[in-house]
Design a protein. Structure first.
Ligand SMILES: Cc1cc2nc3c(=O)[nH]c(=O)nc-3n(C[C@H](O)[C@H](O)[C@H](O)COP(=O)(O)O)c2cc1C
Length: 308
């Protein structure tokens, strides 16, 4: 896909389109349309980002934990995952076997030491091309305040991780902060090789008839079409201050949405909630971008941050 090749720090991407953590099961890669054609040829994607793993296995939250709103999706999955050991023993060999594109492992810890222990355990695996550090989780050493809410904590965490790896180190930021640019700068200064944003916003839905919350946890993460303007503004804000590449996500459903994020300053995009409507969405987005660039004889790299 030569018109839409891009890169994220150390990682060369054959396509600037990827999938957002937690929204794209590996099985989607096997889905076929009515004519038997693969819905999502891997070559459409520049990389595959895994669901966030944590040190310990997590069973996730009770149902209901997904609720579709007028213009988005609420989720309170609760980072359900097999834990570091389960991931390395069971999931990683499957991913290695199935993927012909770079694998980025999303992970999260409850303390800086735990994050470090996790990256150290993953380092020997050549099939892992890079990491996405999910800083939206509570820090047990700081009264449960999310790592991503404090620039000093982000700096300390990212510096500790950067010292332990030469692989691509993406820091995924939470939008639930007062000044996201400050968080991005802290990550860059500490050695992140790129920034991903946005993770979900806080959201809630209530049935007015019964007064009952729609999610068992009552509040959850909000994503999808409704968050796009927020995500665009935050990507633009971060792009104004950092020199490292940005992997953008938040409500991308079409190639035109993706292009808007490129103009705002993203070097690559990730498709999340759109996969629940159509697992073929990332392939359609990559195809649309490729055709647009070819028609206009322009490379996607020339459009990054080219906002008028
Ligand atoms: C069901 C669901 C599960 C998610 N799980 C994760 C996760 O494990 N780790 C993470 O960093 N983000 C997770 N996210 C957030 C997405 O990766 C993405 O940042 C966010 O949804 C915004 O993009 P979108 O609007 O295209 O979905 C999840 C989102 C959804 C909808």
């Amino acid at each position: 896909m030569k018109y839409i090749e891009s890169s994220l720090g150390k990682l060369k991407l054959d396509s600037c389109v990827t999938v957002a953590s937690g929204t794209f099961g590996l099985d989607y890669l096997k889905l076929r349309d009515a004519d038997g054609k693969l819905l999502l040829p891997q070559e459409s994607l520049g990389a595959y980002v895994s669901k966030t793993i944590t040190y310990e296995l997590k069973a996730g939250n009770p149902s209901p934990r997904l609720y579709e709103t007028e213009c988005g999706l609420l989720n309170s999955i609760g980072l359900q995952n097999p834990g570091l050991k389960g991931f390395l023993q069971t999931d990683l060999p499957i991913l290695k076997d199935a993927l012909r594109i770079p694998l980025i492992v999303s992970f999260s810890g409850s303390s800086i030491d735990e994050f470090c222990e996790m990256i150290t355990a993953m380092e020997p695996y050549q099939e892992i091309a890079g990491y996405e550090v999910n800083v939206s989780c509570p820090n047990v050493e700081k009264e449960g305040i999310a790592f991503g809410a404090d620039p000093d904590v982000i700096h300390k965490l990212v510096a500790s991780l950067a010292a332990l790896t030469d692989k691509e180190l993406i820091v995924k930021l939470s939008p639930s902060v007062t000044d996201i640019a400050q968080m991005a700068l802290a990550a860059q200064e500490a050695g992140a090789s790129s920034i991903a944003l946005i993770n979900t916003l806080w959201g809630m839905a209530i049935d007015w008839r019964t007064g009952k919350a729609m999610l068992s946890k009552k509040v959850g993460g909000y994503s999808g079409r409704g968050v796009k303007p927020v995500a665009l503004a935050l990507v633009y804000k971060v792009a104004q201050v950092v020199d490292i590449p940005i992997l953008a996500m938040g409500g991308i459903h079409t190639w035109q949405d993706a292009l808007e994020f490129i103009y705002a300053g993203a070097s690559a995009v990730a498709v999340g909630t759109a996969n629940f409507n159509d697992p073929g969405a990332p392939a359609k987005i990559a195809k649309g971008l490729q055709e647009h660039c070819k028609t206009n004889n322009i490379h996607i790299k020339d459009l990054i941050a080219n906002l008028r």
